[in-house]
Structure formats: structure tokens, C-alpha cells
Design a protein. Structure first.
Length: 207
């Protein structure tokens, strides 16, 4: 847990407590202290929001080298290889297929675990996003090359391989891999978090 994680937890709990107090004061018809508390809470939330945006805008984008693991608690993922090819089996890409090889591993010593909210995409120098190609991924599976989905269980201290297919336009340059999650809370509101509001995502360059 980082200092910013702790700051978010304290801020969130303080905001909830503040809202409850405001509601209590209004119910008791103590309008003056209720308005004072509302103003103070609004100033705090606004200050936090400004800090969130400023840090996001001034923080440089984090670049992670291929093969360097990114760990979230005891669950880790890294890109081990990436290749480009026009076809997978008999499926032709609209642009070019990027085949990204991943290794998922666990640092846990006690139980199997998995990351159920994994969301991956590619991004290019123009900030265009490219999702996993359904037809390309199906072709990988038919060829027996897909491995296990990134959301699969991994044994304590174990690892597995996974491959994802992305259909990327031929003109795309500076393509990078991004791992994030579908949900926005709380990562969107944590100051300094790569997935926070307006913050550039952490990328692994592929080209």
C-alpha cells in the first residue's frame, strides 16, 4: 500500500463521515452547522480533485520494459514476447495481428488466486486503443496457441502462459501494451495511480 492509497482511504472515510454528519444535522434542523460542514466538505473534495488532476497531468508516463513483471499484491503479469503477422491460421487481419505472449504468476504461498477484472489493450502513439480481436483470439485457440486466459487461477508460486491477439492498423506506430482493470473505483480516484483520472497509463512498448 502506497502513501496515496492511504490518503485515498482516509479521504474516502472522512467524506462518508462528513456526509452522514451533514444528513444528521439537517434532520435535527441545525441548518447553520450543517451548511458550515457542507462548505468544509466541498472545499476538501475540491482540493482533493484538483490535486488528483494536477498530479495526473504533470506525472510522466511510466514505461515498463518487456519481461519486467508488474505485480498487484501477490498476482504478477509480464509480457514475454510480441510478434506481428498478417494471418492466424486462415484468419486474415484487417490490419496486422499483434500476438502478445504473457506470463501470469503468483507470489502467494497459501492459496490459488486469480485476477478476475483483468482488462488489456494496445495503444499507439496517437492514443488509439485496440481491444483483443475476437476472431484473432478464436484462431489462436483453434491452433492451440492461446494458452490459458489471463483470468485463470494460478497455483501458489506457480505460473502459466497466455497469448492475446490484437488487430492493429498498418499505420499504427509506437504500439504499447496496457494492463488495467474494468472497474473505475477506486483506481480512478487515487492520486498518482496510473489508472487515475487523466493519468497516462503504464505501457510496455511492443514496437
Amino acid at each position: 500500500m502506497t502513501l496515496f492509497d492511504l490518503l485515498f482511504i482516509v479521504s474516502f472515510l472522512g467524506t462518508v463521515i462528513g456526509l452522514l454528519r451533514i444528513g444528521y444535522l439537517f434532520i435535527r434542523r441545525r441548518n447553520t452547522p450543517a451548511r458550515t460542514t457542507t462548505l468544509r466538505l466541498a472545499c476538501f473534495v475540491a482540493t482533493y480533485g484538483v490535486a488528483l488532476v494536477v498530479v495526473s497531468l504533470v506525472s510522466p508516463q511510466k514505461i515498463v520494459a518487456m519481461g519486467e513483471p508488474r505485480c498487484f499484491d501477490e498476482w504478477c503479469i509480464d509480457v514475454t514476447a510480441a510478434s506481428r503477422q498478417p494471418v492466424i491460421g486462415n484468419i486474415k487481419a484487417k490490419g496486422i495481428f499483434y500476438i502478445v505472449s504473457l506470463r501470469v504468476r503468483s507470489r502467494s504461498r497459501g492459496r490459488r488466486q486469480r485476477e478476475t477484472d483483468v482488462y488489456t489493450y494496445l495503444i499507439d502513439s496517437q492514443s488509439r486503443r485496440f481491444e483483443v480481436s475476437p476472431t484473432g483470439q478464436e484462431a489462436l485457440q483453434r491452433a492451440g496457441l492461446a494458452g490459458m486466459p489471463p483470468t485463470s487461477f494460478v497455483d501458489p508460486g506457480g505460473a502459466f502462459e497466455s497469448r492475446l491477439a490484437f488487430d492493429v492498423p498498418q499505420d499504427a506506430t509506437g504500439v504499447g501494451f496496457v494492463k488495467t482493470s474494468h472497474g473505475w473505483f477506486p483506481r480512478l480516484l487515487i492520486i498518482g495511480e496510473p489508472g487515475s483520472f487523466l493519468h497516462s497509463p503504464t505501457i510496455i512498448p511492443l514496437s
